[in-house]
Design a protein around this ligand. Structure first.
Ligand code: CMC
Length: 391
């Protein structure tokens, strides 16, 4: 069978060639299709970034308008989907609900599996970019016990997401530029990150020629875990626990360094960044701005800054090159926007959607083979079957 080398966690294995996202972990550089994350976060909006990631170039006005119109055309979700949502208890974790609903969408949009032509592929992409925010909003409204709401075609893509999430029954929807701006920025910062765990999952599921929606549903499950997207929820729960414990950051630093204690400083460290995560820098500033603009004083922000300062001066973290990652400050902004902690990873999924789509599309267009790693067998040698009565 030839020689197989094992690389647990694929720490040193490239799975594909890709033209979507450039990442230099030593220098802390992140670019989508050649544009720096700093510039995109400042100047672009999320829908433009989605187009850029998926199709490779920034859209001109007409292209962007057509893209947005096509999305609006597809923004209805089958009424029957509400029955599936109803079947979940209110206590269900929103990530489980979201991955189930995404996979259920296949049943109502069977043509989403068809990628035989660029047009069929485009239609599936537009369909999911239209329907996914509805599912996200429904998941949040279910958590909050609010009636389900549909969007408003006169609004921008992110504005509309905000409306679907937050519109109160019997009240006019009020645009909230500070919240929408913050949301836009957070979604852009999460939009792609090359071959991370969930993206690799989307690619490997898609490599069997399962459809886009099914591949995305698998990606959502991968994102759920606390070592990946679930870290944003875990960070906030950690900060709350430290606050409830009297704000003793030193105690938690000691726990994080203790190899007999499973506790890790959530929101710190990264497989690829051995320097500041450039997204964390932008998010830290955004957290300051958003809280300032909304007039919120959150003691948890101070705890986060205290922890960061201590970690950056501590030899354990310095030696291992552990820096704050994208998830360290994002939850503080989500919290200020009124998003429940359990929904944080859903917000990450909403942001990552264009990246997953872009990587899946690239994989299909390049006609990549099915993903099928090998192993080194370490089990029993051949032995004889023992009948039940003799065991
Ligand atoms: N707190 C304490 N020690 C840590 C931490 C941490 N957060 N992260 C890594 N270490 C230590 C680890 O114990 C190991 O020490 P030693 O060499 O003495 O055994 C060393 O640093 C290297 O860590 P690793 O686990 O081998 O590194 P990895 O590349 O396999 O894991 C990681 C990367 C992100 C899973 C990990 O740093 C971690 O668990 N961080 C906390 C969870 C988190 O914030 N995840 C979000 C990642 S960024 C966004 C995303 O992907 O969603």
């Amino acid at each position: 069978t030839g020689m197989v080398t094992i690389d647990p966690g694929y720490k040193n294995t490239g799975s594909c060639e890709s033209a979507v996202t450039f990442l230099d972990g030593e220098k802390g550089i992140l670019r989508y299709r050649g544009y720096s994350i700093e510039e995109l976060a400042e100047k672009a909006d999320f829908l433009e970034v989605a187009y850029l990631l998926i199709f490779g170039e920034l859209p001109n006005k007409a292209q962007l308008q057509k893209f947005h119109n096509d999305i609006k055309e597809e923004s209805q979700v089958d009424e029957e989907m509400k029955k599936i949502l109803d079947g979940f208890p209110k206590s269900a974790h929103p990530m489980g609900v979201l991955s189930s609903l995404t996979s259920a969408l296949v049943a109502f949009n069977p043509t989403s599996v068809d990628v035989s032509s660029e047009t069929a592929m485009y239609n599936s992409i537009v369909r999911i970019l239209a329907k996914f925010p509805v599912l996200v909003a429904w998941t949040l409204r279910k958590k909050k016990g609010l009636p389900l709401d549909y969007g408003d075609d006169s609004l921008g893509y992110v504005e509309n997401i905000h409306k679907m999430m937050f519109k109160r029954p019997n009240q006019e929807y009020k645009k909230d530029p500070i919240a929408i701006d913050a949301l836009d920025k957070l979604l852009i910062l999460h939009a792609d990150h090359e071959q991370n765990c969930s993206t690799s999952t989307v690619r490997i599921v898609g490599s069997s020629h399962a459809g886009l929606f099914a591949s995305l549903s698998a990606g959502i499950s991968a994102l759920w875990g606390p070592l990946h997207g679930g870290a944003n929820q875990a960070v906030l729960e950690m900060l709350e626990a430290i606050e409830a414990d009297g704000g003793d950051t030193k105690k938690y630093m000691a726990k994080a360094k203790d190899k007999d204690d499973p506790f890790r400083l959530m929101g710190f460290g990264h497989r690829v960044y051995k320097n500041f995560d450039p997204r964390a820098k932008i998010i830290k500033k955004a957290a300051d701005d958003v809280l300032g603009n909304l007039g919120i004083q959150d003691p948890i922000l101070d705890i986060a800054k205290g922890l960061e300062k201590e970690a950056l001066e501590d030899s354990y973290f310095v030696d291992r090159k552990l820096y704050p990652n994208v998830d360290f400050y994002s939850g503080i902004i989500y919290r200020a926007l009124g998003i429940p902690t359990e929904m944080f990873t859903v917000m990450f999924a909403l942001g990552r959607l264009p990246g997953w789509i872009a990587q899946w599309r690239e994989m299909r267009l390049r006609k990549e083979p099915i993903g099928r790693p090998r192993q080194v067998y370490i089990g029993e040698n051949l032995r004889s079957f023992v009948p039940l009565e003799k065991r």
